[in-house]
Structure formats: C-alpha cells, structure tokens
Design a protein around this ligand. Structure first.
Ligand SMILES: Cc1ncc(COP(=O)(O)O)c(C=O)c1O
Length: 442
C-alpha cells in the first residue's frame, strides 16, 4: 500500500466524517494548499471555489498569519481566559473598531456554533425573556442549542427541540408563493407576518430574533430592500434583541466588513467565526452593544469556555485582520463580486438548469431547477435520494472546481484574493459542467 493509500485507509478506518454515511466516503488526500488552490496526492490542482467552508477568505498559505501563529506558539500557546495578553487585547480593540459603532465588547469562543450558543444565553440573561426566533432556511451550527436555532434539516436530529425556539419564514423571493410587485412589498409582507407571529407568541417573552444577515449555506438569500431596517424597527418596538449571525457573511465576504454594513443596520449582537482567522486556527466570538456590555458591569456574565480567547486564535485573528486591510480584500470582494455577478447572470441566461443566481460580494449561489418556468427544484427539499447533486459536485471536482452544495444549490464563494482572470477560468469550468446538467434535464 502506498503512503497515500495508507493515509486514506487510516482515515476511513478511524475517523467519523460530518453529515455523511460513513460507508460512502472517498476523502481527497491533500498535500498542499496555496492561494486559491489546493492539490491532492496525485498533484491534481483544484480551484477552491468555496474557500473550503466559506472561511479561508484570505486564501491558503498566507505567510503573515502563519508567522503570527508560530510567534505566539513560541511565546505561549495557551493561557486561561481570565488573563490579558497582547494578541487578545489588540484583537478585541480592532474588532470593536471595525464593527458597527454601537458595538462595545467581545466574548471570544472557538467557532460559529459556540458563538451562537453564547449569544442566546446573553440575550436571555439581558432581557430576562426566553423565546428565540430564527428562520427556516438557516444554519447556525451543530451543537445542541445552535442546531435547534437552525431551521434546515440538520436541525431534525436534535429534536424534540428546546422549548421557546420559534421558526419564521425567510424572505426567499425566488420561492415565495406570492408574486410581489417589488422587493419592498415583499419585505413588508414578511415583516408583517413576523410582527404578527411575535404578538401571537407573546411579545413580552421574546428575547431575540436571530438571522443570518445574508443566509449562507441555505442559498445565499439576500435580504430584500427594506427588510433589515424593518426588522430592526420591529425588534425596537418590542424591546427584542436583533442578533446577526455573521459567521459566514462577515469579514469581507459580502464586500463590507460585516454584512449588516451593506444596509446600515446595527444589530444588538453579532456572532462571528470563520473569516476572523480565515480558518487557520479555530476562533469565534460574540460582539455586544454598549447597553449589553454595560448590563454585565453589574450582573455576572454566565458564559465560559476553557478556550475563550485562545492565544493562538487571537494571534491568527489579529494578523488576519491586518491582511484584510493591507491587501484591500474588502474592496477586492466588492470589485470581483461585480465581475462574479455579471458572469453568473450570463450563466443563468445560457443554461436551462439554472433557475436563479444570487450574489453579493464574493458570496454567491447557483440554484438548479428541472424547469425554469415552473421553478421545480432539481432535487426535492431534504430528499435527494438519487444523489443527483453529489453527482454534479463530483463532475465539478473532476474538472478541478471544488465547492459544496446544499439542497439544489451550488455555493460559489472563492477566497477574497481571487483575480479576474482566475474567476474567469474557474467559472468556465462551472459553465461547462452546467452544459451536462442541462442535458440531464432535457
Ligand atoms: C451562518 C453560520 N453560523 C454558524 C455556523 C457554525 O459554525 P461552526 O461550524 O464554526 O460551529 C456556520 C457554519 O457553517 C454558519 O454558516
């Protein structure tokens, strides 16, 4: 058995992989990753068109971040959360500087799920209320609370759910049963429904409304005109906290530091992870507003993690934020996002299997259908028995385009360092594979 075969076999024999039947796996053995590419054991090169799990925003192998991690490891790789040290203090201060101006403090976690867990606890402590609203087409993490917060099928395994967790419908206009005259009208409709639902649930018992500012894995659903401002207004009316999960959408992905900046909306709490370190080491966090920060001057913050403010994460996070600034990655996301949008629109025009494309910055989705007119999805919700989407992903992978899918939707979210020529080459592969999908549905 070759070394590579041995690595794969050891993996299959000993590791449990996420969200999969373990008998069906064939993991790629990776030997190298640089910039927007990674390579397997045979030297085959892949465009990383999803930035792995939409987290490797600065691309692979950034020497500045790697040096910061090494340097911190030399000083001290671990120190308890009750201590202060340079990387943690400076990172917290930098985050407060780039976050919306009502944000005052940060509680560091290890990843996205823990950020949402702690945000829920903070909202309950601060408001003294227990109900938490979130949307159906959402993913907020796989721990018990975060998975209850999620609306999509990955929630089901944690059910019966936590009492007080209430779901509401997303303004997912492409699949809305109503044909609205404008985005504004649609936004108002969904807001009216939510407002009514809050009243029916007992307005004085709702602690928070949690949204992915731009829904990520569930299809890059971009809030329609007026939706976020309207949501802020409803939350203010009932003294409910607005929590924006920016785990995927934060740190330049949408062309702004935080996705909520696109609509000039200030949440009470922002949760983040992924892009803060670009995935180089695990780190997440919860940003809280001045009111919440001040509340905990007098009240105990009943949150804690052995690895809260882990030195390696903080050092990587600080260096990563510097990379975003030095390499103008937020701006590049905005500029390349325009190119991406134009190319996706052309792809939609050319392919009978592409029902919709949605994009903001370098965050985009291609929604596949059986029929453009009826919008019948290529695969039924939570029911792709034949593995059609996995088959399409395999074709893309064989052609050197690595990404992931959710339901009938392909995610396209390359690292924010991507250049126009690279985007063109990558999207040509997608275009070619979609020709085959067109034939599949013909
Ligand atoms: C919007 C959102 N929130 C939370 C999470 C969970 O993050 P983690 O996997 O780091 O726990 C994810 C992961 O994909 C996410 O996309």
């Amino acid at each position: 058995m070759s070394d590579v075969e041995n690595i794969k076999q050891l993996d299959l024999d000993n590791n449990l992989h996420s969200w999969s039947k373990q008998g069906d796996l064939n993991p790629e053995v990776i030997t190298k990753a640089e910039g927007i590419y990674f390579w397997n054991e045979e030297g085959k090169k892949f465009f990383d068109m999803s930035s792995q799990l939409v987290n490797v925003n600065i691309g692979h192998g950034n020497s500045k971040v790697i040096a910061a991690i090494k340097d911190q490891a030399d000083k001290f790789p671990y120190m308890g959360p009750g201590t202060a040290f340079a990387a943690k203090s400076k990172l917290a201060a930098k985050l407060i500087e780039i976050a919306p101006d009502n944000m005052e403090k940060v509680f560091f976690t290890i990843g996205g799920a823990e950020s949402n867990e702690n945000a829920i606890k903070i909202a309950k402590m601060f408001t003294g209320r227990h109900k938490i609203f979130s949307r159906y087409r959402s993913y907020h993490g796989a721990t018990y609370g975060a998975s209850n917060l999620s609306g999509e099928p990955r929630r089901f395994v944690s059910e019966p759910g936590i009492p007080g967790f209430v779901k509401f419908f997303d303004p997912y206009l492409y699949r809305s049963p109503i044909d609205f005259a404008s985005e504004k009208e649609a936004a108002q409709y969904y807001l009216n429904q939510l407002r009514e639902q809050i009243i029916y649930e007992g307005r004085a018992s709702v602690a928070a409304v949690v949204i992915e500012t731009v829904t990520g894995s569930n299809g890059v659903i971009i809030p329609p005109d007026g939706y976020l401002k309207g949501l802020r207004k409803i939350c203010d009316e009932f003294n409910i906290l607005l929590i924006c999960d920016e785990v995927m959408a934060g740190f330049g992905r949408t062309g702004e530091w935080f996705a909520c900046d696109n609509w000039d909306v200030k949440p009470d709490i922002i949760t983040f992870a992924k892009g803060i370190t670009s995935g180089y080491v695990p780190l997440g966090g919860v940003l809280v507003s001045s009111e919440i920060a001040e509340y905990f001057n007098e009240e105990k913050l009943m949150c804690g993690l052995t690895y809260s403010g882990h030195p390696m994460g903080c050092a990587a996070g600080l260096a990563t934020l510097e990379v975003y600034e030095e390499e103008n990655l937020i701006e590049n996301s905005r500029n390349m996002g325009k190119v991406l949008g134009e190319k996706l629109e052309a792809i939609k025009d050319q392919h009978s299997s592409v029902g919709d494309v949605r994009y903001i910055g370098l965050f985009s989705a291609v929604e596949l259908v059986k029929d453009k007119k009826t919008r019948e999805p290529l695969t039924e919700y939570d029911n792709d028995q034949e593995g059609i989407m996995a088959g399409i992903l395999k074709k893309l992978k064989n052609a050197g385009f690595s990404t992931y899918f959710h339901e009938n939707i392909l995610i396209v979210a390359p690292p924010l360092i991507i250049k126009e020529e690279e985007l063109a080459v990558g999207l040509q592969i997608l275009d070619d594979v979609l020709n085959e999908v067109d034939l599949m549905i013909a």
